[in-house]
Design a protein around this ligand. Structure first.
Ligand SMILES: Cc1ncc(COP(=O)(O)O)c(C=O)c1O
Length: 304
């Protein structure tokens, strides 16, 4: 799966600490913590018809990640939201938009990892792009193809996945493995060998009508994951969070991934093995419809 350039994004204005700058000119200092050490937190959020789905949950996760990294200053939800609105208005955007929100520890007085070198406050970057759910094209008639990566997800005592940070190298290495294997993404296991997630999304299986996903051991607190579990709750669909082995994935009736960028995407093959009969299953279809109904009817209005 390779995303392509969207002409509509040619003249984007990017918001860096309140300044709206053309994408070709936008940049941050070489002294910025994101450049120096990936010392930053981020969110991927999506705009539906002028509303951001689960905005508060995304901002809460951004702030709690920044707190976990002991950022000294963290902008308020209101400050971030009003900058998002300015960015969308400046780009005349209101639908089919994905925003990459990055908060770095900010500029350092000299290069080095010590957070005490950060004396200028954080850097807030709002990058809004026209972007349809990214897996739509890859799914096609055969669903996503996943391969199991040799790279394990960290447990909380190595690098807590509850911190949604910008050190994405572990995920990028897993993505490189998927690319070389001709797959769309990699499945990543935890250190015990149980399913954690993919390099970019959470994974669900459906077996005998029960919707299941891995516990929050080696994967982040996913907002789409949580939404799907809530949808199961509200609609009386049996569901569980538990340790899942790859055997259980291979023999599942259905498998799908979740994430803000790609919503729900059904999986047709894992490690070259076809899941069930290789078609999109009824539970995945039902949950996708329920999810789309929710994104169409809820969210925080940010532009008219
Ligand atoms: C590693 C990882 N897994 C899963 C997800 C999906 O999470 P969400 O549903 O909150 O977008 C993300 C999104 O940022 C992620 O970075």
């Amino acid at each position: 799966m390779l995303q392509t350039f969207n002409e509509k994004n040619r003249d984007l204005l990017v918001n860096i600490n309140g300044e709206l700058i053309h994408r070709d000119k936008a940049g941050i200092s070489p002294f910025d913590s994101a450049v120096q050490g990936g010392d930053a937190v981020w969110e991927g959020i999506r705009v539906y018809d002028g509303r951001i789905f689960k905005l508060i949950e995304h901002l809460d996760r951004l702030v709690s990640s920044a707190k976990a990294l002991a950022f000294e200053t963290i902008p308020s939800h209101d400050e971030i939201t009003s900058e998002i609105t300015r960015t969308l208005e400046a780009n005349k955007m209101r639908d089919g938009v994905h925003i990459r929100l990055t908060l770095t520890r900010g500029k350092k007085i000299t290069s080095g990892m010590d957070p005490r070198l950060n004396q200028a406050g954080p850097t807030l970057i709002i990058l809004a792009e026209h972007k349809a759910p990214v897996y739509a094209a890859a799914v096609g008639d055969t669903g996503l193809s996943l391969v199991t990566s040799s790279i394990r997800r960290f447990p909380p005592d190595c690098l807590d996945p509850k911190i949604h940070h910008c050190n994405l190298i572990q995920s990028i290495l897993a993505k490189i493995e998927a690319n070389h294997a001709g797959a769309d993404d990699s499945i990543m296991l935890d250190q015990r060998g149980f399913l954690a997630e993919t390099n970019a999304t959470h994974v669900f299986i459906v077996t005998g009508g029960v919707v299941e996903t891995s516990r929050l051991v080696a994967c982040p607190e996913g907002i789409t994951r949580e939404t799907v579990l809530e949808l199961c709750d509200v609609n009386g669909i049996p569901h569980a969070e538990r340790d899942i082995s790859m055997t259980e994935v291979y023999r599942a009736d259905e498998c799908f991934t979740t994430g803000t960028m790609g919503e729900l995407a059904w999986v047709g093959r894992v490690d070259g093995r076809t899941i069930a009969d290789g078609t999109r299953g009824p539970m995945t279809a039902r949950l996708s419809t329920l999810y789309q109904e929710l994104t169409a009817s809820s969210g925080v209005r940010v532009v008219d």
